[in-house]
Design a protein around this ligand. Structure first.
Ligand SMILES: C[S@@+](CC[C@H](N)C(=O)[O-])C[C@H]1O[C@@H](n2cnc3c(N)ncnc32)[C@H](O)[C@@H]1O
Length: 410
């Protein structure tokens, strides 16, 4: 890879990090096309080498955030409830201390983070609502859930007396969203999983790949250990987890090419085919929602849900039909008698996705002609790319299922 300078703030921060006890071996920061800043190998690396070590004293954890907040009076509200920092999720608390600039350590670290304008371009959460509506249905639901969390966090933080602006808090909230590491020291025994997070200088420079270096937490700090050989000049990755591209887009603002975990969530195409009784039967068997397809087929959960939606194609009373479904779930019956109807419905669902892609494509063309500030061209490029990936999955699936999938109109 051709080497691209990271820029002065990143070089200054690296010098500061080294001088203050962060270990950085055989890697350095570099600008990465379409991925901001990342980490590249400065010389050949073998598997199992320690590349970076950030001591615990550098971490911005929940406890450090609490200690950075000027003492807030603990109040009791009209319902007798004690109000205080304990009410805040770790995400909200760290965002609050960043947004109010209460966290004063490691100033040069804060300077290397992306600015709000770049987030507005890449993070769907910050797009105009009309642009968000062009995401895939599951990404739209994802962004709606994020928006609710952000609003709740903002209102709680304001309610506790933090002086934050909406935009300042949003920016800090997205920093936390895109840069925290999973952090569960022994003292977090009973912590909720979503509260197990911290910010970690320098290690937050690593970009994601579906396979990446090991990131290990010990009482001493975080260590990044190479997962394989890298040649000098290669980008070195960690993995943020086995995520599909809708998740990566919503949580981190990028799409991966050749993502081995990519699939298409089809809840919004299956759930409307079920009535309330069918939904409760599925729920009681823990099969309600989380339906996906990829190039190899529709997942087992969706096969179960489609069979539930098609129960009336079998003869027999309701109890007998449910019994057949139960046997299908248990793997005792292969589902062959409904297979034909299930495949018809699967084809129809693929057709609905292709139609949606085509509607989005028309709208993208219209927006591309308008040149509108915050729904800038990068946003539209990402939307176009995501739908093209979805159609590629459908096309490959179509080949496997014996029919011709759709194609985005040029
Ligand atoms: C933990 S930070 C990594 C450092 C970041 N690239 C920067 O410029 O500071 C995570 C962010 O990096 C970017 N990123 C990570 N992996 C990427 C990838 N494979 N392709 C494109 N962008 C990526 C996304 O913007 C994501 O929100």
């Amino acid at each position: 890879m051709a080497e691209l300078p990271a820029g002065q703030v990143h070089d200054d921060f690296t010098t500061w990090a080294r001088q203050n006890g962060i270990t950085i071996k055989k890697v350095k920061v570099s600008a990465i096309p379409n991925a901001g800043i990342g980490i590249v190998a400065t010389e050949d690396i073998k598997a199992g080498e320690t590349l970076v070590f950030t001591p615990s004293s550098f971490l911005l954890t929940r406890e450090v955030a609490v200690a950075s907040v000027p003492t807030l009076p603990i109040r009791t509200d009209e319902n007798g409830r004690e109000r205080g920092l304990h009410e805040l999720r770790t995400h909200a608390l760290i965002a609050a201390v960043l947004a109010t600039k209460s966290y004063k350590e490691q100033k040069s670290w804060l300077d290397v983070w992306p600015n709000h304008n770049s987030f507005k371009e890449f993070m769907p959460l910050l797009w105009l609502q009309e642009t968000q509506q062009l995401l895939t249905p599951s990404a739209i639901s994802h962004v709606n859930r994020q928006r609710e969390k952000l609003e709740t966090d903002f209102n709680l933080v304001k309610g506790l007396g933090f002086e934050v602006t909406k935009e300042g808090f949003e920016h800090a909230w997205v920093i936390v969203n895109t840069r925290t590491l999973f952090y569960k020291p022994a003292s977090y025994k009973d912590a909720l999983r979503e509260d197990c997070m911290c910010l970690c200088p320098f290690i937050d420079y690593f970009n994601h790949s579906d396979e990446g270096c090991k990131v290990e937490l010990s009482p001493k700090g975080f260590t990044v250990i190479s997962n394989r050989e890298y040649r000098a000049g290669d980008q070195v990755f960690v993995s943020y987890g086995p995520h599909n591209n809708d998740f990566l887009l919503c949580e981190y603002g990028f799409l991966l090419d050749n993502n081995k975990y990519d699939d298409v969530n089809i809840d919004s195409f299956i759930l409307p085919r079920l009535n309330q009784v069918q939904k409760s039967h599925l729920e009681s068997r823990d099969f309600l929602g989380d339906y996906n397809l990829d190039q190899t087929g529709f997942c087992f959960r969706s096969q179960v849900a489609l069979r539930m939606s098609l129960l009336n194609v079998r003869s027999g009373n309701a109890a007998e039909k449910l019994n057949w479904l139960q046997m299908y779930i248990a793997g005792v019956y292969d589902g062959s008698r409904e297979e034909h109807f299930v495949q018809e419905t699967e084809n129809r669902i693929c057709g609905e996705i292709i139609n949606r892609a085509s509607d989005v494509n028309k709208e993208l063309k219209r927006l591309e002609g308008l040149d509108r500030g915050t729904s800038g061209s990068n946003t539209l490029v990402m939307l176009r790319k995501r739908w093209a990936q979805v159609l590629d999955i459908i096309r490959e699936l179509g080949v496997n299922m014996g029919w011709d999938g759709g194609k985005l109109e040029e």
